[in-house]
Design a protein around this ligand. Structure first.
Ligand code: ADP
Length: 256
């Protein structure tokens, strides 16, 4: 049975941008990917979901974006400015960085002058200035991901979804991009929903970390992250950080 009740009102003064109320996802072949999922995401929150492979994390993001419709429960999305970044940068190989970054604005029918300006601002924000005329094959993995981030930034997203965007990168590049993403989050104050397999990355990036159980995925733990934004990279070497990573890793092992 489908419930039509609106998501619960936000407990704080900040507006809820994305709300899940008792969401379930059963695919036509009978696979139950999600069950009883409640989520409230407000502006200025960065929430990361960790969970075993196949537990329904990507499905959660696809439902949040509207690409997929939940089979039960209700989803409330208070904006149409949604950014979505995937593990694959999904750049068009024949387009330059600038032209790839302009793509979404082009599809929205924006004028050439406007989209060129927006693309340049986004390229500068992600640190790709000087690479505007390069083709994707001339960029490193980290640079491609920066271009992918820039392309979404041109939408000025209020809700920003990230499906393991840095999973394929080496550790140093990943840490650098984590810092860039935190800087962007601190500047733009969007609502972030991020997926990763790395508990350390989850704690470093997030204001809140959610642990999902194995399929059917449901939330089995939530952890507020107490460190200030923007993050000081040195927190990674503190005892408090290591203890939180340890606690969440333990919960994740139990969730399998
Ligand atoms: P995760 O991102 O956590 O690895 P997914 O959300 O991709 O997991 O998938 C959750 C489960 O749903 C998996 O068992 C997957 O095989 C299944 N699944 C995903 N999409 C479909 C689909 N369109 N039809 C049937 N099963 C699907």
């Amino acid at each position: 049975m489908s419930t039509t009740q609106p998501a619960a009102p936000a407990p704080t003064g900040r507006a809820e941008l994305l709300g899940f109320d008792n969401v379930e996802m059963t695919f036509p072949d009978g696979t139950v990917a999600l069950q009883g999922v409640d989520l409230s995401l407000k502006r200025g929150e960065f929430v990361t979901v960790v969970g075993p492979s196949g537990c329904g994390k990507s499905t959660l993001l696809r439902i949040a974006s509207g690409l997929e419709t939940a089979s039960n429960g209700s989803v409330h999305l208070a904006t149409d400015r949604i950014g979505y970044v995937f593990q694959d940068a999904t750049l068009l190989p024949w387009r330059t960085t600038r032209s790839n970054v302009e793509l979404l604005a082009e599809l929205h029918g924006e004028s050439k002058a406007r989209r060129t300006q927006e693309a340049q601002e986004a390229i500068d924000l992600v640190g790709l200035s000087g690479f505007e005329d390069h083709l994707p094959r001339q960029l490193s993995g980290g640079m491609k991901m920066r271009a992918s981030l820039a392309r979404s930034l041109t939408l000025d997203p209020e809700v920003f979804l990230f499906d393991e965007p840095f999973g394929a990168l080496d550790e140093i590049t990943r840490e650098r991009l984590n810092d860039e993403l935190i800087r962007l989050f601190d500047e733009k104050k969007f609502a972030g929903l991020f997926i990763t397999h790395s508990v350390s990355e989850a704690v470093y990036l997030s204001t809140r970390v959610i642990v999902m159980s194995g399929r059917p995925g449901t939330f089995v733990g939530e952890y507020e992250v107490p460190f200030d934004m923007p993050r000081d990279p040195e927190i990674r070497f503190t005892r408090e950080y290591a203890e939180l990573v340890g606690e969440i890793s333990h919960a994740l092992r139990e969730a399998h």
